[in-house]
Design a binder for this molecule. Sequence first.
Ligand code: CMP
Length: 140
Amino acid sequence: MAGNITLTMIKPDAVKAGNIGNILQMINNAGFKIVAMKYTQLSEAKAGEFYEVHKERPFYGELVGFMSSGPIVAAVLQKDNAVEDFRKLIGATNPAEAAEGTIRKKYATSIGENAVHGSDSDENALIEANFHFAATEMHA
Ligand code: CMP
């Protein structure tokens, strides 16, 4: 699967706003295959582990608090060029800078509460997929 998967999370803001279905439809329409998916809630410890790379950033505490504040949808998506194509579909981290028609432009409210996560490299996509899913839960 390496090289053609990405990991997404529909974040607590988008779940609370009732946008799971809308976002999954955009993902489907863009040609991604869902190879794993779960509705779950991260503990603070697990959210801290997921975002450990940002540990020294000033927003780390806020990010961990927010990501563990409510349920999320985690999914592994498969497509040629998945990481780059998904980052195009979701738009810039800051929704104020996100292009028209992107998921964040439509559904995100701020840089912190930005509706969706997408992996930033093939290497991290694999690490993040394995963080959320056992091998038996991924169906390529
Ligand atoms: P995500 O793609 O999940 O990866 C890291 C997250 O950190 C990012 O989306 C944002 O939600 C969050 N983030 C990045 N910059 C800031 C910031 N300046 N303030 C708050 N949160 C941020």
